[in-house]
Design a protein around this ligand. Structure first.
Ligand code: T1G
Length: 692
């Protein structure tokens, strides 16, 4: 049963019980209506309470049902809310923990609402590319006023229930036990007539047109490629410009329009993809985890410092080990500076600043970190250096400590073999800046223990990262794919493009930054170092030499004041470089390549489908568990546009047969071997299937 029905004195209590968040799926909606009909038919019942079991009143409509017949199957949410709102007996919503989306809409259909403090109240639909579709845009302005309601609906952000006390949303804030308080309230209002209804509240906002126009302009400017925020403004406007029932119809029409958009499907894909990533078929969800009460980080450089901040931000003490006092002091000073900047921007309270800085200490001695529950190595990307460090860690660290490497490409199995405890070794690949980027690639070695995996996944959630598990291969998931993307970027230069054309084309597609601006930011020498290794290990894989020529010119990027682009001191803006463009054109001539005009579409297809094809190999090799994991890697670590849902989701929307068609075209050109379709991609395309 997804809602329980009990009688308490003269009060019927309907308790939603659809774990984990009491999603208002079809069965739950039917159970609410059944409960209401039972209560209305029972003369002994004078009032009705609706509440939620477990850790939510309700997290809203069941998103899993969207774009399926179940979502609108009767009783749909409108019907449920109408049954509640037309009740002949008072209906009280007793709210706790989470009351969001359709859950809040249901509560606003009740005559009264009582809550305990600390409940998260929100209409987060806009974050899924839709808008509240069961009266939220018409009722919330009536109980909170136009401005506060509009802000909550357009932002989708939760507000704590106690902050909304004193508004018409809550009739009472219950101190102590919610059910006891709700029962007392229900008995108090059992005979009050007429029954109050949110729909009857008038919205008082003089000169609302000016406010709405200002809101339209502001929201239009900030919503980018997403249509939902502006539609939210239009729906809320209807609350004040239309009669209630007309407003409801208007809201419903906008909802139906939005729920079918690719942008909304992409956002919902990311919502579930984020949560699916922490599930591993061979690691049961109840796998015991190791307690993580203290962390050590080896290396206080850019990465080590950023990594340490993540743990301090989560309230976990961190000790940074450096080899020299000067390096340690520099590392700690950089961390303090970072926090001071955040404090200055008002994004951190003084108290949090002091707490976090206080949680990060330094040492020059391995003995000082021996008792840490996990140690993250963030030293130079060289197997020799890793060997020295991991042999030392194996000697020093307490039994049961997790030994993690922040390596971005090296073989975690080889690193584990430097120790006598390979089951405790794992890769934790952070992305620079490590305290900002959400992605954490968790690299499982062949011998990594399941409890170590489960612990690291739980820890990634605690430090607010999107943990995605990768198997061991060169570059894991993200960097292995970006290698093919970078190869195409280089070939495009040889064949006719210049850096700014490629960057502009892919940034217009939605990437935060094109490959050449990104190279200048991250440092072109990093790729150069990796390519030199690959020239030896995989001589059969061809690359354009343009990036090497650039590095031979000493143009490593912003850190040397010049890269693919020119830079002015103190200015991070990328200016096209005549020197570099001449080098590129000359290089084409040296290769005997006749440069040609290349369309933006070809640029985007070659960059994005190079990612997709390599991802298909990664998927079929089992390096990634599922396609949506790969999407999460690119959405949270590589600036892939969220409104396109990630490379695999995007390929599905293009249609895999069309991806294959484009690849076959490029396979006929220079370096065509790069376009050998992964068998999985070819198979899915041939069968008319999708990745996700
Ligand atoms: N539908 C389906 N599943 C949901 C869900 C939902 N609304 N909310 C959460 N889940 C699943 C989630 O996938 C995960 O599943 C588990 O619950 C725990 O989630 C008409 C149409 C409620 C604050 O957008 O913000 O109402 O991985 O890990 O950190 O206007 O979930 O365990 O299998 O996030 O405690 C509007 C979305 C829907 C709320 C709880 N509501 N959810 O956070 O747990 S649209 C939302 C959240 C709507 C109406 C419209 C959070 C949470 P699994 P979790 P949490």
């Amino acid at each position: 049963m997804t809602a329980e029905y009990q009688i308490n004195g003269a009060v019927a209590v309907i308790t939603l019980n659809n774990p984990p968040v009491n999603g208002l799926g079809h069965a739950t909606r039917s159970a609410i209506v059944d409960g209401m009909q039972k209560a209305l038919a029972d003369d002994a019942v004078k009032a009705i309470i609706i509440t939620g079991a477990g850790t939510a009143f309700s997290g809203g409509a069941d998103i899993k049902e969207f774009n399926s017949p179940k979502a609108l199957a009767e009783p749909n949410l409108h019907t449920v809310i109408n049954v509640v709102e037309n009740s002949t007996k008072p209906v009280i919503a007793a709210i706790h923990t989470v009351c969001m989306g359709g859950g809040l809409e249901l509560a606003m259909g009740c005559n009264y609402r009582v809550a305990v403090a600390g409940a998260q109240i929100a209409l987060p639909e806009v974050k899924l590319g839709i808008l509240p579709g069961a009266g939220g845009t018409q009722r919330l302005p009536r109980v909170l006023g136009l401005e506060m309601a509009l802000n909550m609906i357009v932002s989708g952000n939760p507000v704590a229930s106690e902050k909304l006390a004193g508004t018409a949303l809550f009739n009472e804030l219950i101190e102590g036990d919610l059910m006891q308080g709700a029962l007392a309230f229900a008995n108090k209002v059992a005979d009050v007539r007429p029954l109050p209804k949110v729909r009857d509240i008038k919205i008082d906002y003089p000169n609302y047109e000016a406010f709405l126009q200002f809101s339209r302009n502001t929201v239009k400017a900030m919503s980018g490629p997403f249509p939902a925020p502006l539609k939210c403004v239009e729906a809320v406007a209807a609350a004040i410009t239309k009669k209630f029932d007309d407003g409801i119809q208007f809201e419903r029409s906008l909802f139906i329009e939005l729920v079918q958009t690719t942008e909304s499907k992409a956002l919902r894909h990311a919502f579930f993809g984020e949560r699916a990533a922490s599930k591993l078929p061979d690691v049961p969800e109840d796998t015991p985890t190791r307690p993580i009460k203290s962390v050590a980080v080896i290396g206080g450089g850019t990465m080590g410092g950023g990594i340490a901040m993540n743990f301090a931000n989560a309230g976990i003490p961190v000790k940074i080990l450096e080899m020299k006092q000067e390096a340690l002091d520099k590392g700690l000073a950089t961390i303090r500076k970072n926090y001071e900047n955040t404090l200055k921007k008002g994004k951190l309270t003084q108290q949090k600043f002091e707490q976090r800085v206080g949680l990060i200490t330094g040492t020059l001695s391995y003995d000082d970190i021996a008792q840490a529950d996990i140690v993250v190595e963030a030293v130079f990307e060289d197997m020799g250096v890793k060997e020295t460090v991991f042999k030392k860690l194996d000697e020093v660290m307490k039994q049961g400590a997790i030994l993690a490497s922040n390596t971005s490409t090296l073989d975690v199995d080889k690193i584990a073999a430097f120790t006598k405890r390979p089951q405790d070794v794992i890769g934790t690949h952070f992305f620079s800046p490590a305290n900002v980027m959400k992605l954490l690639e968790i690299v499982r070695g062949a011998k990594t223990g399941k409890d170590v995996l489960a612990t690291t996944l739980a820890l990634s959630k605690k430090i607010k990262k999107t943990g995605v598990v990768s198997g061991v291969c060169d570059g894991f998931i993200g960097n292995r794919m970006i290698e093919q993307y970078s190869r195409q970027a280089g070939f495009l230069l040889e064949q006719g493009c210049l850096p700014e054309q490629v960057d502009k084309a892919i940034e217009k597609f939605g990437f935060a930054m094109g490959p050449f601006r990104m190279g200048d930011l991250a440092g072109n020498d990093i790729g150069w170092y990796i390519r030199k290794r690959r020239y030896v290990e995989k001589p059969e894989v061809t690359y354009s030499k343009t990036a090497d020529l650039l590095c031979e010119m000493g143009r490593y990027g912003q850190k040397t004041g010049a890269g693919w682009y020119d830079y002015k001191p103190g200015d991070r803006k990328a200016y096209p470089s005549q020197v570099v463009n001449d080098m590129i054109v000359k290089h084409s001539a040296d290769l005997g390549i006749e440069r040609r005009k290349i369309s933006d579409q070809e640029i985007v297809e070659r960059l994005v489908f190079a990612l997709v094809n390599e991802a298909a190999y990664i998927l079929e090799e089992g390096i990634a568990t599922r396609a949506s994991d790969i999407d999460m890697v690119y959405l949270t670590g590589y600036g892939f546009p969220l409104f396109r849902g990630g490379p695999m989701f995007y390929a599905d929307t293009v249609g895999l047969p069309n991806v294959i068609l484009a690849m076959n075209k490029y396979a006929k050109g220079p370096h065509g071997d790069a376009w050998k379709a992964a068998p999985l991609l070819a198979k899915l395309a041939a069968e008319g299937k999708t990745f996700n």
